[in-house]
Design a protein around this ligand. Sequence first.
Ligand code: CTP
Ligand code: MG
Length: 392
Amino acid sequence: MGRAVVVVAAGSGTRLGLGTAKAFVPVAGELVLARALAPLFALSTPTLVVVVAPASHLDACRDVVASVAGAAVAYTAVVAGGADRHGSVQAGLDVLPDSVDTVLVHDAARCLTPSSQFERVFTAVSASGGGVVPALPVTDTVKRVDGDHVVETVDRSALVGVQTPQGFPLAALRDAYRRSARPETDDAGVFQAAGGTVLVVPGDADAFKITTPWDLGRAESIVRARTAGPVGTTRVEGTRIGLGVDVHAFDPASACRVGLLDFPGEPGLSGHSDGDAVAHAVCDALLSAGGLGDIGGRFGTADPRYAGAGGDVFVRGAVSLLAEAGLVPVSVTVQVIGNRPRIGARRAEMQDALAAVVGAPVAVSGTTTDGLGFTGRGEGLAAIATALVRPA
Ligand code: CTP
Ligand code: MG
């Protein structure tokens, strides 16, 4: 009567955009994988745990498992993942002993899932003998679209958003995966395609999947709120604020790149690099928050590696210097000052592009100077940024 959980953690985290496998990204000081595993080792019934990790991270994964599991766990295994989630789940199922009768498959990326959700799914699989998925009602109004045209409103009362862990009788899930032609996006889809029946149990809002930088920020806020003092207080120990200002003159001969976005048809900015004043101000704000100097001192114009470099190179460089100093960005704001390019219509896009590199939310705003000064005369563009950082 054994039970097991396969935790898939072999994804690359492309949409998070931090250049690190998602399971190895910290959330408020602890890795996604460590947070995902912690509730498993708090379960009341002994449970086998298999972690499917990127082939490049097997040793790192074993270290995380050892640090979370302690000595009390009888069996854990760490195996290399496949090219896609489907392959990774199969790799995990392959190493389970046949004594296991019920298996749960869980995304490490849903790292705040409480242990009660695992218990609920195990209980429902035992009671039903079929597949079980945790799900939440859809709260937004849902529409079917064709391109940018709305076709119709879909009746949301018949829809749910599905989470993990998803639970199954092991033999039947293995059989379903063996026969699967792979179009399904979750384990229940594979199970159902092979003729299995799947039941729904209530999910939990905390079991959301970390996909984008915004999700990561949300996870950090939830963890902080759990450990914070009374409502209305903010934990500020160790947080530091930084400021960055940058100005570039217009140079109509070069391409316009502002806030990591291209603005075709707009005059570009002059400079040793691509003249992206917004990215440079953000870089300086991050560096100054860490007491790490400034962009000129760190990525000097004398260094040929930075000639013509994109603004992302400097922002990424600042984030890794912060990491070396044991600091991570919490949030960044940047204001663009100038007549052109108009950023209003592309504000959200710019925020996303910057946030993907900073690894924390970025707020962008824009203003003009009422015709006054060099920005008012259209001679150049200025940007002012602030950054908040905290100990990793
Ligand atoms: N996963 C996996 N093996 C893969 C791909 C995904 O084990 N080859 C896992 C991820 O680690 C994650 C879960 O499946 O826990 C859900 O996938 P997703 O959220 O898409 O994560 P990533 O693939 O890492 O992210 P992205 O798609 O943005 O690259
Ligand atoms: Mg993926």
